[in-house]
Design a protein around this ligand. Structure first.
Ligand code: SF4
Ligand code: SF4
Length: 261
């Protein structure tokens, strides 16, 4: 729960930075996209008429999970968490992939192959976690901001954006799709024209002022939030379970038999 709060805080402050800077699935997806680009010499994009409805799928999945979880009374959540299934839910999840079923295997293969063709296939279209962070990211004071006075309209930022945002045509990037990856900032040849900042960059060419944060500062802020949360959880005794180890020795060998309560 504390980690979830930490990731929501990241989204509130720094857009969907979790997706591009921390998420292991996002990293894998990015790697597959890069391999695909090398193999085929390009990335394939679904046409806009298909891209928009596909992007809504992750919100439908998020809605489905919220529909299941939100009406649950606190007592029912506690009962679930303390049930044998809830106590070793992570082992069940591991087993889900260790003893992979046919449907799961086909889904993983389709997603892996699809990610070679379409960059960030899972993140862009299906991840409900990314959808949730995207909604929180709308309130982030930090945004990608462009100074039209010093912009030379080269279009490199839009080309570098893995989320296909037309950065070169925007003054501020509001969209829920921005993962604060900073690729656009890195690719911009006009000094201090494109920044990840709270305030607008201003100034004519050659007289711009740096107002944004660098990739290094971003990494530092994310480390601080994550490290601070883990430190707090450890300090307050919320990091490790209080249950005795014998509990797990008894439950884990029979985990395959446990079904959802
Ligand atoms: S390239 Fe820029 S606009 Fe595109 S997702 Fe990354 S930070 Fe956001
Ligand atoms: S890369 Fe920089 S200079 Fe080029 S269009 Fe984007 S903001 Fe303007």
């Amino acid at each position: 729960m504390l980690l979830l709060l930490a990731f929501l805080l990241m989204a509130l402050l720094l857009k969907k930075a979790f997706c591009s800077w921390l998420c292991p699935v996002g990293t894998l997806s990015e790697m597959l996209g890069n391999v695909g680009k090398k193999m085929f010499g390009k990335t394939f994009f679904p046409p806009r008429w298909l891209d928009i409805p596909l992007r809504s799928l992750k919100y439908l999945l998020l809605g489905f999970f919220l529909y299941l979880v939100v009406p649950m009374p606190v007592r029912a959540i506690q009962t679930f968490l303390m049930s044998p299934y809830g106590l070793i839910a992570d082992v069940k999840m591991l087993n889900f992939f260790r003893f992979i079923g046919e449907t799961t295997l086909i889904s993983v293969i389709v997603l892996t192959l699809g990610s070679l063709f379409i960059q960030n296939l899972w993140c862009r279209y299906l991840c409900p976690y990314g959808a949730l962070l995207g909604l929180f990211s709308l309130f982030s004071p930090f945004k990608i901001r462009r100074n039209p006075e010093s912009c030379i309209d080269c279009g490199k930022c839009a080309k570098a954006c893995p989320s296909r945002i037309p950065v070169d045509r925007l003054i501020q990037v509001h969209t829920v799709e921005c993962t604060a990856c900073m690729s656009c900032v890195e690719s911009c040849p006009a000094k201090d024209t494109l920044v990840f900042s709270i305030t607008k960059p201003t100034g004519a060419p050659g007289q711009t002022h740096r107002r944004g944060i660098s990739g290094m500062v971003m990494a530092l802020l994310l480390t601080l939030i994550l490290g601070g949360t883990i430190g707090y959880a450890k300090y307050t005794g919320h990091w490790e379970t209080n249950l005795p180890e014998q509990f797990y020795y008894r439950l884990i060998p029979g985990s395959q038999m446990l079904s959802h309560p």
